[in-house]
Design a protein around this ligand. Structure first.
Ligand code: ADP
Ligand code: MG
Length: 341
């Protein structure tokens, strides 16, 4: 199974209060896929907290226990892309049959279904088929099912059928244990006070924690220095600063178009179809609020429009945010994606 990454295992997944329920439910599912009431198993939590690691570990563990089982790991994003491709190539049946033949499906980041109604429909049918035949479904998401905006109610209600288990930010002790485990795996040694310092400073995500350590090691190697607490302190300052990036209009446009499944060219064209206008107006609104670009340049970027069009778009979006709950959820969802990247 090329989609499973052997690096992720239960062995190198550190257990803490933050992930205990998710981990033990995952372990139960791995020894009896489809045979527990944890179906689907939904693992949810913020970015970089170990959802993908755990989901992959479950897949690898199933293959270890039951090598004949067909296990597929797929990110929701890739699934959506495959669906669009199969529409284009007239191969929807193959696409559906492929997934319905699996014993275990692991779908990562299902919040990315938001706004993609056609792909959700297809997944709804695949889900039903697999669930009825007692096949195991494992999902990850950045929010609990009840807070997933832009997902259809019938799909959400199925996501709630099994067990939803959250992943929280690990406490200091667990963060230190994760760093030590990683050092051990990579054959590195760092003084305890440095480990503690890094774990203290980076307290929002395991991914950033690991990133800080990697960057620290790289810089020390480059400068041929031993890492002590002072060096760690001066280096980590840069690391924390560098994580704030500029957002570009290209990026906003791509994000919004992906989100609503509309082609980028359409947004820049004169097309007045409702969903295109909506994507265009939201893009302008985000460009105004999240970049330093002038209204004139924003208008020019989105198909040579003038600045009064941009003002009108922003006003429309603000009004809709006030009056339309679903619309507001869409915009917030996109804004969240903008800030993560
Ligand atoms: P998410 O999918 O929630 O965004 P990932 O699974 O990609 O997060 O985790 C980010 C990084 O942190 C990965 O390198 C992963 O191996 C590591 N990690 C997260 N939680 C743990 C843990 N409990 N033990 C060991 N490594 C962890
Ligand atoms: Mg992930």
């Amino acid at each position: 199974d090329p989609q499973l990454n052997q690096h992720y295992s239960f062995d190198n997944f550190i257990e803490g209060e933050c992930n205990r329920l998710a981990r033990s439910a995952g372990f139960a599912v791995a020894s009896k896929p489809g045979g527990t009431s944890f179906n689907p198993l939904m693992i949810y939590g913020g970015v970089g907290l170990g959802k993908t690691h755990l989901a992959q570990a479950i897949g690898n563990e199933i293959k270890r226990n039951l090598p004949d089982k067909l296990v597929i790991y797929v990110s929701c994003e890739k699934f959506c892309q495959q669906f669009v491709d199969s529409l284009k190539n007239n191969t929807i049946n193959d696409f559906v049959n492929f997934y319905q033949a699996m014993d275990v499906i692991i779908m990562d980041d299902v919040h990315n279904f938001a706004g993609k109604e056609r792909t959700q429909d297809i997944f709804f049918h695949i889900f039903n088929h697999l669930h009825q035949s007692s096949k195991q479904i494992i999902l990850t998401s950045d929010k609990p099912p009840k807070d997933l905006a832009g997902l259809e109610e019938r799909l959400l209600s199925r996501f709630k059928w099994g067990l939803s288990a959250d992943m929280q930010v690990p406490d200091l002790e667990t963060r230190m244990a994760i760093l030590k485990k990683k050092m051990y795996t990579d054959g590195i040694e760092l003084p305890d006070n440095v480990i503690e310092y890094v774990a203290n400073q980076i307290d929002n995500s395991v991914r950033e924690l690991e990133g800080a350590m990697v960057s620290l090691l790289a810089q020390a190697t480059l400068n041929k220095k031993e890492i002590d607490l002072n060096l760690a302190k001066s280096m980590l300052k840069n690391f924390i600063k560098n994580t704030h990036k500029e957002i570009s209009m290209d990026y906003i446009q791509k994000l919004v178009c992906d989100y609503f499944e509309v082609p980028v060219e359409m947004v820049k064209s004169k097309v007045r179809k409702r969903e295109i206008v909506q994507a265009r107006q939201i893009s302008m609104y985000l460009a105004k609020n999240h970049t330093k670009t002038s209204l004139k340049s924003i208008g020019a970027f989105f198909g040579g429009r003038d600045h009064s069009t941009v003002i009108y778009a922003c006003q429309t979006v603000e009004d809709l945010i006030e009056t339309d709950k679903k619309f507001k959820a869409y915009v917030q969802d996109i804004q969240k994606k903008l800030k993560i990247s």
